[in-house]
Design a binder for this molecule. Structure first.
Ligand code: ATP
Ligand code: MG
Ligand code: MG
Ligand code: MG
Length: 482
């Protein structure tokens, strides 16, 4: 089943259960300035869940385009390393606004997976929240999942990927337990079942998260039950496509294979298994859709996230030996794959190509020289050693290497980066710039409630004017998470 059919089957199934098919909203959320990007299907319905807004329907279904590359959900560092993470992906979802609740949500999910998509039941595992006996009983008694494949999970805050089966919209507001469905890709792949110490592996892959909005937390921490509980679910289209196409990795599905071949064509790469091709295939989707939704590369906020993703893609092209602009040439291939489902992408193809080509040309001026400097510096760093903050800063400041880009290259070579030294070099530079009167006011942007500071400054380097920016918090977090 092709990815496009899988998407359509999902929407039609829920339409047959009385759901309104609602188009995907843009990646830049219209109703939430605190959120960097739309990162889940529920984002466009936030106000409906809280009751601030009403719609003419109580059940909805969507295939929502999402980006998780910054902010609270950041999977940028996972791309190229796991079989299941993208920066851009589509989240299939069904939603109940005070209509059906746990029982129907679970029944629908099971019916779709086993009767429509015809997955073997014995490969499916489910998790429920520790205290959610109601969901446990529905799975065990009504659906008949054997107890050995139902796992109770608490609020597992510490671990990196670990399941955390309690969902909340924010510090206050709707919240409730989740129940997740996992697919067992088989013993040849490393990993353990959900809740086990090996769950970070890629054997048992989470495909669907069912969220039961059951309580409303107030500022004092009280959690009364909502009079009309809601349902919000999300299933990664690429993950379910991998399962249905009998592939382990998302990158092996039809849609990604087409993009990987296009990336191979444009970089002159013979080996289709090359990891850099996957990264480029991932990044062309994120970058194209971000431009479609109005983001342009810049040194601040959303535009800086886009710039970082483009530059990462270009660096991978460079690694494959492509020093000429190539990235924008993949937009046509993407339109072929996704233009039908997303007419806005097809309509803006030229604009996307133009924006990306411009960004490519800009970075190609410094990429090669920057790589030379980095290679020279790394020649002196032993494996498991650390790249000094001064080099990190020079690359960032003069050659336009975002710090996470350099960290990504270092990670490939098993070298750490000295972020503290980088910060010190940045502070020194800023003080000098301030003294010289060239300091530009810092920009502020907050998302997910946490204040993230963007320090912008510019100065002259070489012939061209280099504008640099360092994103505090999200950058450092994402680098360290690796
Ligand atoms: P994981 O634990 O694998 O990182 P998650 O728990 O962060 O996933 P949710 O926030 O529950 O994911 O999102 C709902 C669904 O969206 C997931 O079950 C998965 O199928 C899909 N999904 C989440 N993140 C990604 C991603 N980066 N790329 C592709 N699909 C994703
Ligand atoms: Mg995740
Ligand atoms: Mg998870
Ligand atoms: Mg999840």
């Amino acid at each position: 089943m092709k990815t496009s059919e899988i998407r359509q089957k999902f929407l039609s199934f829920f339409e047959s259960k009385g759901h309104q098919i609602v188009p995907s909203s843009p990646l830049v959320p219209a109703n939430d300035p605190t959120l960097l990007f739309t990162n889940a299907g529920m984002v466009q319905f936030k106000d409906v869940f809280t009751g601030k807004e009403t719609r003419p329907y109580k059940r909805a279904t969507t295939s929502q385009r999402c980006v998780r590359a910054g902010g609270k959900h950041n999977d940028l560092e996972n791309v190229g390393y796991t079989a299941r993470h993208h920066t851009f992906f589509e989240m299939l979802g069904n939603f109940s606004f005070g209509d059906y609740f746990k029982q129907d949500a679970i029944r629908y999910a099971w019916e779709l997976l086993t009767a429509v998509y015809k997955l073997p039941a014995e490969k499916l595992w489910v998790t429920v929240y520790q205290e959610d006996d109601e969901a446990y009983d529905i799975w065990a008694k009504e659906i008949g999942v054997p107890p050995e494949r139902i796992v109770r999970i608490g609020d597992n805050k510490g671990a990196r990927y670990a399941s955390d089966n309690f969902w909340q919209m924010a510090d206050t507001g709707p919240c409730g337990p989740c129940s997740e469905i996992f697919y067992d890709h088989g013993p040849e792949i490393w990993g353990g079942p959900p809740g086990s110490p090996e769950e970070d592996g890629d054997r048992y892959i989470e495909i669907w998260n069912l969220v039961f909005m059951q309580f409303e937390r107030d500022a004092a921490g009280n959690m009364p039950r909502l009079p009309k509980p809601c349902v919000d679910t999300g299933m990664g289209l690429e993950r379910i496509a991998a399962v249905l196409q009998h592939m382990h990795s998302n990158y092996e599905i039809d849609l990604f294979q087409a993009l990987i071949k296009a990336a191979a064509r444009e970089t002159g790469t013979a080996d289709l298994q090359n990891n850099s091709l996957k990264v480029i295939a991932d990044h062309i989707r994120a970058c194209s859709f971000l431009v479609v939704d109005g983001v342009i590369p810049s040194n601040e906020g959303r535009g800086y996230v886009l710039r970082r993703i483009v530059r990462r893609a270009l660096r991978h092209g460079y690694k494959l030996g492509q020093t000429q602009p190539f990235f924008h040439k993949l937009v046509g291939d993407l339109v072929q794959q996704m233009g039908q489902a997303y007419p806005e992408l097809a309509a803006k193809q030229e604009r996307v190509e133009q924006v990306l080509r411009q960004e490519e040309e800009r970075f190609s001026e410094t990429l090669e020289n920057g790589m030379r400097i980095l290679d020279a510096a790394l020649a002196d760093v032993p494996a498991q050693g650390t790249l000094d903050g001064h080099t990190l800063f020079t690359l960032y400041d003069t050659y336009g290497f975002p710090v996470d880009l350099t960290a990504d290259i270092c990670r490939e070579r098993e070298v750490e980066v000295d972020l503290e030294g980088f910060d010190q070099a940045m502070t020194r530079q800023r003080d000098q710039a301030r003294a010289a009167g060239k300091f530009k006011a810092a920009e502020g942007l907050s998302y997910h409630g946490a204040q993230t500071r963007f320090d912008g400054y510019e100065h002259l380097a070489g012939q061209g004017k280099v504008t640099a920016l360092y994103v505090e918090g999200s950058e450092v977090d994402s680098v360290q998470a690796g």
